[in-house]
Design a protein around this ligand. Structure first.
Ligand code: HEM
Length: 152
């Protein structure tokens, strides 16, 4: 009997990505572009919350950077899921992949809470600053986990 993970691996697109010489690297390149957009914009806002570049108005910065973060995340998620389909059973069995997915879920929750509080209070409390620090370290760790996947 075919398991759900085997069914995912049997999808037309998953097979095409496995057999094509250029498709997987192209999707991986798009994954990296998404990550660059996400991490770059998130770090700008987090550093501002931590007290750097106080001359930049936080509300204007958020208005510019949040849509970039959302776009970057969507690109990373779609391309990540596409790569996942090629060897779904293998990835699910990798501890690092599971850690990466848990981290992403926790960081998304942190990002939503952080933005809500940053907008509600003009001044950033110690707790909000801690969330910003967790965000920088967390997303950097997700990048590290993603890169290490190829070597585990
Ligand atoms: C639902 C979301 C995501 C899924 C399902 C996913 C899945 C994957 C998969 C399957 C790979 C390929 C690993 C390999 O070929 O060995 C990968 C690579 C990678 N991922 Fe993700 N990913 C997601 C989101 C993210 C995010 C948000 C980040 C960073 C902020 C990230 C960082 C990376 C990095 C750095 C690589 C290595 C790229 C390379 O070596 O060229 N991923 N991801």
């Amino acid at each position: 009997m075919t398991t759900p993970l085997e069914a995912i691996e049997g999808l037309w697109l998953a097979q095409a990505m496995r057999h094509s010489l250029w498709l997987y690297p192209t999707v991986e390149t798009l994954h990296l572009w998404g990550i660059g957009l996400l991490f770059g914009s998130v770090v700008l806002m987090d550093l501002r919350v931590l007290g750097l570049a106080k001359e930049i108005d936080f509300t204007s910065l958020s208005r510019f950077a949040v849509p970039l973060s959302i776009t970057g995340f969507c690109v990373a998620m779609i391309t990540g899921l596409l790569m996942f389909t090629t060897h779904a059973s293998e990835f699910v069995g990798m501890r690092l992949f599971v850690i990466k997915m848990i981290l992403i879920t926790l960081l998304l929750t942190n990002a939503i809470a952080l933005r809500a509080q940053s907008v509600a209070n003009g001044e950033h409390s110690g707790f909000v600053k801690l969330q910003a620090l967790i965000s920088i370290i967390g997303w950097a760790s997700v990048i590290g986990a993603g890169r290490w996947l190829a070597y585990t």
